[in-house]
Design a protein around this ligand. Sequence first.
Ligand code: URA
Length: 227
Amino acid sequence: NSLMIERRKIYNFLNQQKSLFGNELFSLSTNQVNPDLLSHVQNSLDGLNQYSKSISLCQECSLGAKRNNFVFGVGDSNAELMLIGEAPRKEEDMEGEPFVGRAGKLLNKILAAINKNRLEGVYLANILKCRPPDNRDPLSLEVDKCEPYLLKQIEMIKPKLIMALGKVSAKILLKKEIPIDKMRSTVYDYYGTPLRVTYHPDTLLRNPDFKKFAWEDFQWARDYLAR
Ligand code: URA
C-alpha cells in the first residue's frame, strides 16, 4: 500500500511538472524518491503518450476520415481501475477526451464517491477511438481494427480491474450477449484482467433508479482494489 501511495505521489508530481514545464524538467527533484519507481512511472506515462501518438492518425476504418479528434484515453498510467466505454460521442470527439459530456460528469461523481478521480488511480478509455456517426453502436469491422489498441493500453497500464460500462461495451469485450443485470454479479476475465460489468452512466441518467446498483458495483470495485 505504501508503494501505491509513493507511486501515486510520483505520478502526480510528474504530471504537475509536465503541465508546468513540459518534458524537459522531468529529471529535476528526483532525490527524494526511489529512482527505479520514478523511472517506471515516467516510462509508463511516456510510453502511453508515445503509443497514443503512434496510432492517432489511424485510418484503418471509415471513422478515421470523419473524426475531429482521436480519443485515445485519459487518466493514470498506473491505474488500478480501468473503465471502458463503447465509443466517443460528440463532446468527446470535439475535446479528444473520453467521458467529458453529461455521462462523464456523472462518472466523475461516482468516482469521487469511491475516493478516486480520472487522474488518480483510474484510466478511462473506449473500445473505439473515433466517433461513430449518430452515436450508433460500433460495427464488428471497427471493433476488429480498434480493439488491439485497447489491448495494448491495458498491457501498458496493467489495471487490477476493468469495469465495462454498459451492455454494448460488455457485449463487445466479452463476446457474449447476456442481460446486464445478470452480468453484473460475475467477475469475467478479459485477456488475463478481471472484468466486471456495470451500467453505462447514460443509462443511469435515463433511469436514476439504477444508480443504487451502479453504486453497489463501484463499492465492490473499491473493496476489491483495497484487498
Ligand atoms: N459514452 C461512451 O461510451 N464513451 C464516452 O466516451 C462517452 C459516452
